[in-house]
Write a protein that binds this ligand. Structure first.
Ligand code: PMP
Length: 355
């Protein structure tokens, strides 16, 4: 701590992501990255990149990427915003829309960055409990004018709400901005992008970090009414007028255009997820239904924290959250088939686990 720190900084509790070990000995099932490489077309775009161009600034509007996203999702280009990972897109969203006297409604258990941003931007959070079965009950969210944010599918639970439930939420809260964080939507939930042309009170945030295997390039985006996008652009330009570097723009365009590879890897991850869920259930885990690239599971007899430690000593990293209601659960990212077999075999070797 320095005497120059402002009071606001003293209070900050930053988000701590899952462990990123420097030695690659671990099987990493702790941060929901894709186990598969980026699209070969994205790799080609990076390898063939004319590095002489790096002395120039990138396109301040990232227009090639915005156009590629607009074409892919069937919206106009001015409905698309891009930023350095969806974390940054969310930060700009908080800055642009949620710094207001009304509290921001969010699920009690969700992506913990929302609380970090509330702290950073002095927004009052109002946490709405999940139902018994970890479901987000959108009927519990009523906000006359202000903001609502949730992840769909939710993290770390993996459960999703339907498009119809989201539409009803928008209709009941016409004076509130609803932000739907769809970081994991491609693995089995319905995207609210379909609602953005009808409703001006919904902003959908997505990422290239999961289903597009590009976490390292930091590309996130938002889709919504042009006036919302303009609000985000104002904030962005006040921080950094270049939202993405040239390499991210080039590889991002190539990744979006390679739909065949996207579907192939996504389908493989979903199939591996379903296989793993069946195996974990056979080993005595309660496994929540998942629409994501991870599973949220709790063993009937063995504490989650202990299991996480056991797996770590055997070279497998999974995530555990020391928070009420979920502290007996592990969040396990879906790896390759081989990695998930290793996970299952390692669990089978635990002295208290029987099939
Ligand atoms: N939203 C949710 C729900 C997430 O789990 C994550 C990944 N930790 C993000 C957003 C941020 O992803 P990124 O910044 O890599 O786009």
């Amino acid at each position: 701590m320095s005497k120059y720190w402002s009071d606001a900084i003293r209070e900050l509790v930053p988000y701590v992501p899952g462990e990123q070990p420097k030695d690659q000995q671990f099987i990493k099932l702790n941060t929901n990255e894709s186990p598969y490489p980026p699209s070969p077309k994205a790799v080609e775009a990076l390898q063939g990149f004319d590095t002489d161009r790096l002395r120039l600034y990138p396109d301040p509007d990232a227009s090639r990427l915005k156009q590629a996203l607009a074409d892919y999702y069937g919206v106009e280009r001015n409905c698309v915003f891009v930023g350095n990972g969806s974390d940054e897109v969310l930060a700009h969203t908080f800055m642009a829309f949620f710094r207001q006297p009304q509290p921001l409604l969010m699920p009690e258990i969700s992506y913990s960055f929302y609380d970090v941003y509330c702290n950073l931007y002095a927004v009052e959070p109002r946490h709405i409990p999940l139902r018994e079965d970890f479901r987000i009950a959108l009927e519990d969210y009523a906000q006359p004018n202000g903001g609502i944010i949730f992840a769909n599918p939710n993290a770390p639970t993996g459960r999703a709400v339907s498009l119809q439930e989201i539409e009803q939420l928008l209709q009941r809260n016409t004076e509130s901005l609803v932000v739907v964080d769809e970081a994991y939507v491609d693995f089995g939930a319905e995207s609210a992008v379909a609602l953005t042309s009808t409703y001006d009170n919904v902003l959908v945030v997505q990422t290239f970090s999961k289903s597009r295997s590009l976490a390292g390039l930091r590309i996130g985006f938002a889709i919504g009414h042009p006036d919302l996008i303009e609000g985000l652009e104002r904030v962005k330009n006040s921080f950094n007028s270049y939202p993405l570097d040239m390499l991210a723009i080039s590889a991002g365009v190539a990744a979006i255009e390679d739909d065949v590879y996207f579907r192939e890897t996504r389908d493989r991850i979903v199939a591996t997820r379903e296989w793993t869920a069946g195996e974990l259930a056979a080993l005595g885990f309660r496994v929540l239904p998942s629409c994501t690239n991870f599973l949220f599971a709790s063993h009937r007899y063995i504490e989650a924290a202990e299991l996480m430690g056991y797996l770590r000593t055997r070279g497998l990293l999974v995530r555990h959250f020391s928070r009420p209601q979920i502290d007996n659960y592990l969040r396990i990212s879906i790896g390759t088939d081989d990695e998930m077999r290793r996970l299952v075999e390692t669990l089978e070797e635990h002295p208290e686990i029987v099939r």
